[in-house]
Design a binder for this molecule. Structure first.
Ligand SMILES: [Mg+2]
Length: 368
């Protein structure tokens, strides 16, 4: 079966509550949808969010990159050639991470559909459900504690606390949250994500205060600017909390460099950053070799792209020790009524072939 055509569309879903990090506030999930058509009965679906602040790609640029470079590189190719097709995608143009990620998701969807297997099983996995953590937005501490209580009631065990918006207040905010969680009977693991919002000095001060008071966090994610490798190394060497890189690490080359230099203890992998599934798996495997746990994360994005990430995480549970795929649950509704189900802290993978999506009733035209 050969790839013959391309369709682009959009799906927007309003968020239940605005999503706040040190960088921005967002009110809706807005995904660009890719549909790969074939000369047979199958089609492949992929998606990507707009992430100009991280990858430099908004939907307008991503659409152009797909139409001009990425799709032409696989047009006419056989859907069984997943290895060759992902290489063609990666070689089609420089950067364009969002475009490559969306097309790779659609390629893997097609490939696993023709194998008549769910994507995770086609990748060699056996899990049918996984547990995800949840992100707690940066807000006044009482609001964050209220969000944590709600999350615990929904079964979440791993929570990522967004901070970095007010470095001066973060230490006391984290302290109050830690002590609140410590009073609970329910075992809850906390990570900190400062989203590049602290300086090295602020990070060292805050973490020394927290650690010397006996507070234990599963990770400190991306405290300083993505290109501040010196700062990251100084922080990693000074603190006992594992240092996770996010915005500093997009691809295998960067991951290898960071681990060679001893700059990170953990890596947050996201399909948009790694430009797709093929490179995300390679980073996970590198982590396994170096005894570096990875997290499978996502952007603020909906059920198609996050389902693909969930299938990869389920297929490689040793490599992706942590899962942070809460994107679809932040929307007011799920526009995809098929495929992987995101129910509170549980992600139930579809048992149908590929990503299990055979139609998208809510697809609207792609107007950029
Ligand atoms: Mg992060």
């Amino acid at each position: 079966m050969k790839i013959t055509g391309l369709r682009l569309g959009r799906i927007k879903v309003p968020l239940t509550t605005p999503f706040k990090t040190a960088i921005r506030t967002v009110n809706e999930i807005d995904d660009l949808i890719v549909i790969l058509e074939t000369d047979g009965p199958l089609f492949g679906i992929g998606s990507t969010p707009s992430t100009p602040h991280i990858t430099g790609c908004d939907h307008k640029l991503t659409s152009q990159m797909i139409e001009q470079f990425v799709f032409p590189a696989i047009k006419g190719c056989d859907i069984t050639e997943i290895r060759e097709n992902t290489k063609r995608v990666q070689a089609s143009t420089e950067k364009a991470n969002n475009a490559k990620s969306a097309i790779e998701i659609a390629l893997y969807d097609l490939w696993s559909k023709q194998l008549n297997l769910p994507l995770s099983k086609a990748l060699g996995g056996s899990l049918e459900e996984i547990q995800t953590g949840i992100t707690i937005s940066a807000n006044p501490v009482f609001d964050m504690i209220a969000d944590i209580e709600k999350a615990i009631a929904k079964g979440y065990r791993l929570m990522k606390l967004k901070c970095g918006t007010e470095p001066a207040a973060d230490q006391s905010r984290l302290t109050k949250i830690f002590h609140f969680v410590a009073t609970l009977r329910q075992k809850t693991e906390l990570m900190i994500d400062a989203n590049q919002g602290w300086t090295t000095e602020q990070t060292l001060y805050i973490m020394r205060q927290l650690e010397s008071a006996g507070m234990v966090f599963k990770a400190l994610e991306q405290p300083v600017k993505h290109n501040d490798l010196k700062g990251l190394l100084a922080i990693k060497e000074a603190i006992t909390t594992p240092l996770m890189v996010d915005e500093t690490c997009f691809n295998l080359k960067q991951a290898t460099y960071l681990l060679d230099k001893g700059i990170a203890n953990q890596i947050n992998v996201k399909l948009v950053k790694s430009a797709g599934i093929s490179e995300a798996i390679k980073i996970g495997q590198l982590g396994e070799q170096r005894l570096i746990p990875c997290m499978m994360g996502c952007m603020l994005e909906g059920a198609i792209g996050v389902a693909a990430a969930a299938h990869v995480a389920a297929a490689f549970p040793v490599q992706f020790k942590y899962v942070d795929l809460d994107g679809p649950t932040l929307g007011q509704y799920n526009p995809i009524d098929q495929g992987t189900r995101f129910e509170k802290s549980k992600v139930y993978l579809n048992k149908t072939p590929g990503l299990g999506i055979s139609k998208i009733p809510t697809l609207s035209p792609n107007r950029c």
